[in-house]
Design a protein around this ligand. Structure first.
Ligand code: FPP
Length: 235
């Protein structure tokens, strides 16, 4: 069925992914929640490889939201460890694959050594152009908008346009997401890129994030490729 897709046709340039279901994946197996997140990192790697294969140019993974601070310290520290190790271990891989790492969100609230590793990998990969992997960490869509408006006020603006807001969001250098996938069957946006998603196509597959792989991405792309985007207009 998938072979019918002509992958050069009508593909999203930027995909946002809300990686939901790690906790349920672990609980179903009687494992601690953090093992679900660990398996979630493997799904991130598989997805990056598949995105490169299908020539997608930008992906934003929602890895830690401004609301995730409500979780236990143990779970938060576990996610920090995964991120830190990821930044340390991906150097060669990202260079080999042509991945450029970016991030959105207020990372100043994160441990300094983790942020140092993030900045280090961003610097090392800044000239890559095969795929932009943008991590939303300590990110919230409402925070993003408030921060943009405050920066505009600080610049002395008294009247602002939509373009002013777009150019002051964390995503100023990225196209808006064409397609947002949330795994695990939950159908919510959860304060993801709310301003940028005004016209995004949405897709909510049942698969839990740790089980997500190339075939799930292909199915998603097939669904996207059949959608007709009208941006409020008519055909
Ligand atoms: C949502 O599932 C997942 C998260 C809040 C964390 C996602 C983080 C990772 C996969 C690690 C990120 C690392 C890299 C390298 C990008 P959930 O815990 O809410 O699942 P549940 O709804 O089943 O409990």
């Amino acid at each position: 069925m998938f072979k019918k897709i002509k992958l050069s046709d009508n593909l999203p340039k930027h995909i946002g992914i809300i990686m939901d279901g790690n906790g349920r994946w672990a609980t179903k197996r009687g494992l601690p929640r953090n093992l679900g997140h660990k398996e979630g990192v493997n799904a991130v790697d598989r997805t990056i490889d598949a995105l490169i294969k299908f020539n997608i140019k930008v992906v934003t993974f929602f890895a830690f939201s401004t609301e995730n601070w409500k979780r236990s310290k143990q779970e938060i520290d576990g996610i920090f460890d995964l991120l830190r190790n990821y930044f340390i271990n991906q150097k060669e891989e990202f260079l080999l694959k042509g991945v450029k790492l970016m991030s959105i969100g207020d990372v100043d609230k994160f441990p300094k050594d983790l942020v140092d590793e993030l900045r280090n990998l961003q610097e090392k990969t800044k000239n890559n152009d095969k795929l932009i992997v943008n991590l939303a960490i300590n990110y919230g869509g409402k925070d993003d908008i408030v921060r943009a408006v405050n920066n505009l006020i600080a610049e002395g603006k008294t009247e602002i346009t939509k373009e002013d807001i777009s150019s002051h969001l964390y995503t100023a250098d990225l196209p808006d997401p064409d397609f947002v996938i949330r795994t695990s069957g939950e159908e919510r946006i959860s304060n993801f890129m709310i301003y940028q998603m005004a016209y995004s196509e949405l897709y909510f597959p049942k698969v839990l994030w740790p089980d997500f792989g190339e075939k799930d991405l292909l199915k998603a792309l097939e669904i996207y490729s059949k959608r007709e985007r009208r941006y409020g207009g008519i055909k």
